[in-house]
Design a protein. Structure first.
Length: 711
C-alpha cells in the first residue's frame, strides 16, 4: 500500500516509531486484503441469492432473509474498511496480539484476523481493569480518521507489558474521546466502552434488567450496545425468533442515535417511541390537565377497555326460530353460549366474530337432513334478517378508537366499565370530543387495538374472500374449457380432474391483505431508555409486546419529571415485573465537574437522595451566568472559535436553531449531549420536582460549556 496506514500528527511523532506500529501495519494490510476478498465473495453470493426463485413461501422467506443479511455485511465492510478494527490486546502468557473488530474476519487460509467485539474472546478488551486485568499484559485502542490511524492509546497491566512496545499517554483513549466535539448524531464509542458498562452489556437477557444511572454515565451507550450484543450472543433473540424492539423517549433522541446500531452491525432492530405504537400517537397532544393525567396513568383504568369489549360479547338470552325453504331451525341461550365459547383464547374481538358466526351456522345446519344443499342453506341463514340482527347486537364489529372515545364521552358507560371510580373522577375524565387524543390516551388505544383487532381486518377479510371466490371461479372455467377441448380424453389435460388445479393458479399475494403492524410484536427482548418517565398504564403497552418479560430497562429516578419516590423494584413489581436485577452506573464520564458542581444542588434540593454520579474530568470552562440579552453574542463567539461541535439553546421557544445550534425544550433535550448549552431563563421553568428536574437535565446536557441566561 502506498498511503501510510498511520497518519500521526507531529506532536505524536514518538508514537510513529516502527518498533511500536510495524506489527499493526502488517495486520492492517492483511485485514484490507481480507475485506476486499470478502466483499467480492459476498457480492457474488448476493447476486446469486437475488436471482434464486423460491418454490414456496418458506423458501422465499429464507431467500429474503439471506439477501438482507448479506447486504448488511456488505454495507458494514464498505462503510468501515480498515476502521473495522477497534484495537488489540496482548495476553500475559502470549506475546501474539489478538485484534478486536466490529465483526469477525479471517484471511484466505482461515487464520483469524479479527475477533468480533461481542465474542467471549473479546471480553477482556473492554472489561480488563488494573484491579482485574483478566490475563492481559496490555491493550491498545485506535482512533481512525478517514481510514487512517490518527492516534492510539496503550494501557499496560503488567511489568512485562512495558517490554512489549507500549506507548504510554497521560490520558486514556476514553478520556481523550470525551473532549472531542459533539455532532448531530452520536459518535462511535465502541472502542472506548468501559469495564462497568461492558459488564452490563454482556449480562444475561433472561428476565428484566434495570440499568440505573445519572447523567453522563453512558446509559444510552449501554442500551444500544447491549441491543447489538444480545442479538449476536443470544440465539433466543435473533431476528428470526422475535428480535429486539428499542424504545426511546422522543424523535430527536432516535435521530441522534440512529447511526449507532448500524455501526455495530445490526440493521434489523426496530426503534420507536411510545407514540409510534398506535396510529393515533403521531397527532396526540400533551395532556395538560394534571388530574386527568394522574387518573389515566393507572394500569387499573386500562382494564376498563377489557370490560367494555366484554360487554359486546354477551350471548342472547332468548330463543329464536329461523325459517328457511327447507324448514325451521331454532337457537336458544344454550346454543348461543356454545357458539360464543368456540373462540380460542387470545383471538381478537373482530376476528372472533367470524368464528362465532361460523359456529352459529353449524349449530343451525346440523338441524337439517343431509340431503339439504349445504351452500344454499348457509346462504338462506346468512340472509335471515332476524338472525343476523340478533347476532350483530350480540357480537358487533367494533372500532378500537370508537370504544375508547365512548369511555371519555359517556359517563354512564365509564361508570359501568370502571366501577371503582368516584363520581368526581368520572366527571374529570369526561370530555366533549372523545377523539381529541392526548398522550395519556395511548395505553387505552393500544389496549383496545390489541383486544379488538385492526379495525380494517373484517373489511379486508370480506374483500379477500370475495376476490378469492371470483378468482377461483375464473380459473375453474379455464380448466373446464381445457378439459372440454381435449379430444382424446386422456393424458395430462384430463389429469386436471383429479386435483383442485384451479386453486394452484391463484396468486394469493395479489389478493387484498392487511399490512402487518411491524410494532405489534411479540418481541423476544425489549430495550427501553428513559424508563423513569413511564406511567403504569404505559408499561402495559410495553409488556404486551414482550410476554417473556425479557427487558433492559434504562433510566434515572432523579430525572423523572413527575417524581419517582419508590425504588425500581417496587415500581416494576406494581406493573407486573416482581423480580428484577438492578445494575448501577455511578461514574459521570461525560459531564465536567464545573457543570456538575452547579447541577447537583439543583436536583438535591428537590430530591435529597438523588443518585448523582461523580464527575471524573474538568473541561476548563467555568459556568457563566449572563443576562438573556447576551444569547446571540455568546453563540456567535462560540461558532467563530469552534469549527466543529454542536450547541443547544434550551427553553427559548422563540429561538430558531440551525445546523450547529439546536433549539429544544428541556424534555426534548433529554438523552442528547452538546458541546455548549445555553439555558434561557431557567428560573421560570416551574417549581417543585418538575421544574428542578428540567433544570438538572438541561444543565447536564453540556459536555464542555454551560451558560445560564437569566431574564
Amino acid at each position: 500500500m502506498t498511503a501510510p496506514l498511520f497518519d500521526l500528527p507531529d506532536r505524536l511523532a514518538a508514537k510513529a516509531d516502527p518498533a511500536l506500529i510495524a506489527g499493526d501495519e502488517r495486520r492492517f494490510e492483511a485485514i484490507a486484503a481480507a475485506v476486499s476478498r470478502q466483499l467480492a465473495e459476498l457480492e457474488a453470493r448476493l447476486s446469486a441469492a437475488r436471482l434464486r426463485e423460491g418454490e414456496n413461501n418458506q423458501e422465499v422467506l429464507e431467500r429474503d432473509l439471506e439477501v438482507h443479511e448479506l447486504a448488511g455485511r456488505i454495507r458494514m465492510l464498505r462503510r468501515f474498511g480498515l476502521d473495522v478494527c477497534l484495537g488489540r490486546m496482548v495476553a500475559a502468557d502470549d506475546a501474539e496480539p489478538v485484534y478486536v473488530g466490529r465483526l469477525s474476519l479471517a484471511d484466505a487460509d482461515g487464520t483469524r484476523l479479527l475477533v468480533d467485539w461481542r465474542a467471549p474472546a473479546a471480553e477482556p478488551f473492554f472489561a480488563a481493569t488494573h484491579a482485574d486485568p483478566m490475563g492481559l499484559a496490555s491493550r491498545r485502542r485506535y482512533r481512525w480518521t478517514r481510514g487512517r490511524v490518527t492516534d492510539y492509546w496503550d494501557e499496560v497491566f503488567t511489568a512485562e507489558g512495558l517490554e512489549q512496545n507500549a506507548a504510554l499517554d497521560d490520558q486514556s483513549a476514553f478520556i481523550a474521546s470525551l473532549g472531542a466535539s459533539r455532532s448531530p448524531q452520536m459518535r462511535d464509542v465502541l472502542a472506548t466502552i468501559q469495564a462497568d458498562q461492558d459488564a452490563i452489556i454482556r449480562a444475561s437477557s433472561r428476565g428484566p434488567l434495570v440499568v440505573d444511572g445519572g447523567p453522563g454515565t453512558g446509559k444510552t451507550v449501554v442500551a444500544l450496545h447491549r441491543t447489538a450484543y444480545l442479538l449476536y450472543a443470544d440465539p433466543r433473540l435473533g431476528h428470526r425468533r422475535g428480535g429486539v424492539l428499542f424504545v426511546g423517549p422522543h424523535e430527536p433522541y432516535l435521530s441522534y442515535v440512529a447511526d449507532v446500531l448500524p455501526s455495530l452491525g445490526e440493521e434489523g432492530v426496530q426503534t420507536c417511541t411510545l407514540r409510534d405504537l398506535v396510529p393515533e400517537g403521531r397527532g396526540a397532544g400533551e395532556e395538560t390537565d394534571a388530574e386527568v393525567a394522574r387518573l389515566k396513568a393507572s394500569a387499573r383504568l386500562v382494564d376498563a377497555v377489557e370490560n367494555a369489549v366484554r360487554g359486546y360479547e354477551r350471548p342472547p338470552a332468548d330463543e329464536l326460530s329461523v325459517e328457511t325453504p327447507w324448514g325451521a331451525a331454532w337457537i336458544g341461550p344454550a346454543e348461543w353460549a356454545e357458539a360464543f365459547d368456540a373462540v380460542e383464547p387470545g383471538t381478537t374481538h373482530n376476528e372472533a366474530r367470524a368464528v362465532v358466526w361460523e359456529s352459529v351456522l353449524e349449530i343451525l345446519t346440523d338441524q337439517f337432513d343431509t340431503e339439504t344443499p349445504p351452500h344454499l342453506l348457509r346462504r338462506a341463514l346468512a340472509q335471515h334478517r332476524e338472525l343476523t340482527r340478533t347476532f350483530a347486537r350480540a357480537w358487533p364489529l367494533l372500532d378500537p378508537a370508537g370504544v375508547v372515545a365512548d369511555l371519555w364521552t359517556v359517563p354512564a358507560y365509564l361508570r359501568i366499565t370502571a366501577p371503582w371510580l368516584a363520581d368526581a373522577e368520572v366527571e374529570t375524565l369526561t370530555r366533549e370530543d372523545g377523539r381529541a387524543w392526548t398522550t395519556a390516551d395511548l395505553p387505552y388505544l393500544d389496549a383496545a387495538r390489541a383486544r379488538i383487532g385492526d379495525p380494517d381486518a373484517a373489511r379486508v377479510a370480506r374483500l379477500r374472500a370475495a376476490a378469492l371466490a371470483e378468482e377461483r371461479e375464473v380459473r375453474q372455467r379455464v380448466v373446464d374449457d381445457l378439459i372440454a377441448a381435449d379430444d382424446d380424453h386422456e393424458g395430462e389435460v384430463q389429469a386436471l380432474r383429479q386435483e383442485p388445479f384451479a386453486d394452484r393458479l391463484i396468486d394469493e399475494d395479489a389478493l387484498p391483505a392487511l399490512t402487518p403492524d411491524a410494532l405489534a410484536g411479540p418481541y423476544a427482548h425489549l430495550v427501553v431508555d428513559e424508563a423513569q418517565e413511564l406511567t403504569d398504564a404505559e408499561w402495559t403497552m410495553l409488556l404486551r409486546r414482550t410476554p417473556s418479560h425479557s427487558l433492559t430497562i434504562v433510566g434515572d429516578r432523579a430525572q423523572a419529571r413527575h417524581g419517582f419516590r419508590e425504588s425500581w423494584e417496587d415500581r416494576l413489581a406494581r406493573v407486573g415485573l416482581p423480580q428484577v436485577r438492578l445494575a448501577s452506573l455511578t461514574v459521570n464520564y461525560r459531564t465536567p465537574e464545573e457543570v456538575m458542581a452547579q447541577a447537583e444542588p439543583v436536583i438535591r434540593a428537590a430530591i435529597p437522595d438523588a443518585n448523582v454520579p461523580v464527575a471524573i474530568r474538568r473541561s476548563g470552562y467555568p459556568v457563566r451566568h449572563l443576562p438573556r440579552s447576551e444569547r446571540d453574542a455568546v453563540l456567535d463567539a462560540w461558532l467563530v472559535e469552534h469549527a466543529e461541535g454542536v450547541a443547544c439553546v434550551i427553553g427559548d421557544e422563540g429561538f430558531t436553531g440551525s445546523a450547529r445550534v439546536r433549539s429544544l425544550t428541556p424534555q426534548l433535550a433529554k438523552g442528547l449531549e452538546f458541546d455548549l448549552v445555553l439555558l434561557v431563563a431557567p428560573e421560570t421553568w416551574g417549581e417543585g420536582i418538575e421544574g428542578a428536574v428540567d433544570r438538572y437535565v438541561a444543565m447536564t446536557r453540556a459536555t464542555q460549556q454551560l451558560v445560564v441566561l437569566t431574564s
